[in-house]
Design a protein. Structure first.
Length: 352
């Protein structure tokens, strides 16, 4: 703010010179005194004898020390300056003349020379904090917390309202794949909702810890949980219009996870994509199964395309090591599908 202080007296001097020229006199301007104020935002309230009363600004002021010209004061002697009725300081004001202005201007230059605007001292710390934040986001620890938050939401938000119900009143799958195998179904909010709901209905009687639906991230970004909750609720409720606040709603038994590490591990570039992972070895079950240090890279088969779940599983079962999917195929065929599937194409999925 010192540049304002530095040139304000100069502007007054220029104004004075213009008045002198217009009047045709060399030094015929009425003398006035320059009274120093704490800031450029303080205003004059009144002048009584040789007492000057100022008012503080009502809002925060960033202006530095300034001056107010008071032509009603005569030169000679000191003045007392009061701020909001309280004594502030005693001054020997300078006369509003060219010599006086030059003196004020010089006095303003001295502190301005000492004042230097340095580089942002928080620049390096800010850059370091940004790098650390990115590293934290990519770290397995953060992914662990993310997964824990998913489980918390599942437990606290959907605990009682979203209990799985079955048409025959009995839960459970009769056929299981080995515990170290998974069928991942990679989905996205960009897919038609009914397509995903069809997969959920087909997987109704399969083990939810072995058939996992995977989203890359939160709908609308990591800071927005509600759109993601609304999206998942719209998928797993058998009746999407069921009001959880008023009634008990039937829901599909399903495991839906948000895990970008799984997307990265299996090179998912389109949805839907079906992956059969074999020989999984999970070190920490609370962490992402896609984290390299938590699970060595397993053998896997992958199928892309908008096909029925039973067709996808049958196709994956023909790959090396896929015979373990036999019980799952039997269960899917007995529960929901006849022979064949909706499509014979394994390509052409949507980008997630």
């Amino acid at each position: 703010m010192l540049h304002v202080l530095k040139y304000f007296p100069l502007l007054l001097a220029l104004s004075l010179m213009c008045i002198e020229v217009l009047s045709g006199a060399e030094r015929s301007v009425q003398a006035a005194l320059l009274v120093r104020t704490p800031s450029s935002c303080h205003t004059l309230e009144k002048v009584q004898d040789r007492n000057v009363y100022l008012k503080s600004p009502t809002k925060k002021c960033s202006g530095g020390i300034s001056y107010i010209p008071l032509p009603q004061l005569s030169s000679g002697g000191t003045i007392k300056v009061f701020i909001d009725g309280k004594f502030w300081m005693e001054q020997n004001p300078e006369e509003l003349s060219l010599p006086g202005l030059q003196k004020v201007l010089k006095s303003a230059e001295n502190p301005s020379k000492k004042f230097a605007i340095s580089e942002n001292r928080h620049k390096q710390a800010g850059e370091k904090a940004a790098q650390e934040s990115y590293a934290v986001f990519k770290s397995p620890e953060f992914q662990k917390q993310l997964k824990a938050e998913q489980e918390r939401l599942k437990k606290d938000v959907f605990a009682e309202a979203l209990k799985p119900y079955y048409a025959d009143g009995t839960p459970g799958a009769i056929g299981k794949i080995p515990s170290n195998e998974r069928v991942y179904i990679f989905i996205s909010s960009s897919m038609p909702r009914e397509t995903i709901r069809t997969y959920l209905a087909a997987a109704e009687r399969l083990e939810p810890d072995q058939v996992i639906f995977v989203l890359r991230g939160f709908v609308g970004g990591i800071k927005k949980f509600k759109p993601t909750l609304d999206f998942i609720r719209g998928l797993i409720l058998k009746n999407p219009n069921c009001d959880l606040t008023k009634e008990q709603c039937e829901a599909y038994k399903a495991s839906i996870q948000i895990d970008p590490l799984l997307y990265s591990r299996y090179g998912i570039t389109a949805v839907p994509t079906f992956v059969h992972a074999k020989g999984l070895w999970i070190i920490d079950a609370t962490m992402s199964e896609g984290a390299p240090h938590n699970s060595p890279m397993p053998e896997f088969s992958k199928l892309e395309g908008d096909v029925s779940l039973v067709w996808a599983v049958e196709t994956l079962s023909k790959e090396p090591g896929g015979t373990s999917l036999g019980p799952m195929i039997q269960l899917l065929r007995g529960g929901f599908y006849g022979p064949g599937g909706n499509s014979t194409s394994s390509k052409g999925g949507k980008k997630p």
